[in-house]
Design a protein around this ligand. Structure first.
Ligand code: NCD
Length: 356
């Protein structure tokens, strides 16, 4: 079983991220010179959940490196619709490819994929859990346009509970010195407790604000996010949250001259389109940085010396994960694994605390 999978950026030491960022910046300077670097290699993109940027930026990245792509963006056109389990799909597709990129609506699905795969797996979003390659994109964007990843005051606004891009970003940026997060959300959509704790343990400062208007003036970075409709249990609940935060020109008038507005996209109701004309709106540049970040990552993963999961899967466990959206509660054949974090025992797949 190979362990060179990218499930969580934090399984890699920060110095490796810095290498990846430097490589993405070099590619950005001179993309043509990398053509052919992945010649003869095949990248599979298995998207069990919708995507525009993540899927197409991976495909663009591989094509720009001279490699080839296979995959699906709608499992209804694959044998998944006939009832095939994740293990069988991944076993087969990984035997056809050199890297497998997967997105799936259930938490922990990428680790499940990694267990069945004979080639490296990259997590392109596992339910509301993590999205490491968006974070790599965000880090590359900050490095390219702000020139540093330290001493930043970062406002995180919107659905901090279900937004996996925010989860991965908090984890990553809290490891760089002097960063401070301002969480701007309603009470229902706050950052999960385990991430708050983790960021504080890494000595990042966290504060809370319910008003975007009041918070905006102090920020260096404003990371806007969409309210994640597909992760709500009822349409009414979603409607209550949908329009709480709107970034418009009026609010921007109170922001710093050099604020950077980021958004993983898709944007729905949370940024007025007029804001796109403001030079502080960087989200389309951010989406392009995603191609360079993924070109760097593909080259890194193809390097047989890379070892992105030195910690392995954790230890065998008997405990059923209490998270109904964890892959282990849907693909019942999966072996259970647990890992220790501080005093807590967590499900290795989705990182929910295990009872008992
Ligand atoms: C995000 C995702 O899928 O988590 N999009 C992306 O990958 N760029 C954000 C979102 O869907 O809101």
């Amino acid at each position: 079983m190979k362990t060179n999978h990218l499930i969580d950026l934090n399984a890699l030491p920060v110095k490796e991220w810095d290498k990846l960022i430097a490589s993405a910046l070099a590619i950005r300077e001179n993309p043509q010179s990398y053509y052919g670097a992945a010649e003869g290699k095949i990248l599979a993109t298995l998207f069990f959940e919708p995507s525009t940027r993540t899927q197409m930026s991976f495909q663009t990245a591989m094509l720009r490196l001279g490699g080839r792509i296979i995959g699906f963006d709608n499992p209804s056109g694959s044998s998944v619709s006939k009832g095939e389990n994740l293990n069988d799909t991944i076993r087969v597709v990984s035997s056809y490819s050199d890297i497998l990129v997967m997105r799936h609506p259930l938490e922990g699905s990428s680790l499940a994929g990694a267990i069945s795969s004979s080639c490296p797996v990259i997590n392109a979003g596992d339910g509301g859990h993590l999205h490491p390659t968006q974070t790599l994109t965000d880090l590359v964007t900050l490095a390219a346009y702000r020139g540093r990843l330290t001493n930043l005051k970062i406002g995180l606004c919107g659905d901090l509970k279900n937004g996996r891009t925010v989860h991965s970003l908090v984890r990553a940026l809290s490891l760089y010195a002097g960063n401070e997060f301002v969480c701007i959300s309603t009470e229902n959509l706050g950052l999960p407790e385990y991430l708050k704790k983790e960021a504080e343990e890494n000595r990042a400062r966290i504060s809370y604000q319910s008003s975007l208007e009041e918070a905006i003036g102090e920020l260096d970075i404003l990371y806007m996010t969409r309210i994640q409709r597909e992760r709500f249990s009822s349409p009414e609940e979603y409607e209550r949250e949908r329009t709480v935060y709107l970034l418009d020109s009026e609010k921007l008038a109170h922001a710093k001259e050099d604020l950077m507005i980021l958004h993983p996209l898709p944007r729905v109701d949370e940024i007025e389109m007029a804001v796109d004309r403001d030079p502080r709106a960087m989200y389309f540049d951010q989406a392009l940085c995603g191609v360079y970040a993924r070109m760097a990552l593909i080259l890194y993963m193809l390097d047989s010396n890379a070892n992105c999961m030195a910690g392995g899967f954790g230890k065998a466990s008997e405990t059923v994960c209490p998270n109904g959206r964890c892959i282990t509660n849907h693909e019942k054949y999966l072996p259970k694994y647990a890992k220790q974090k501080g005093h807590a025992l967590l499900c290795s797949y989705c990182e929910t605390q295990l009872e008992g």
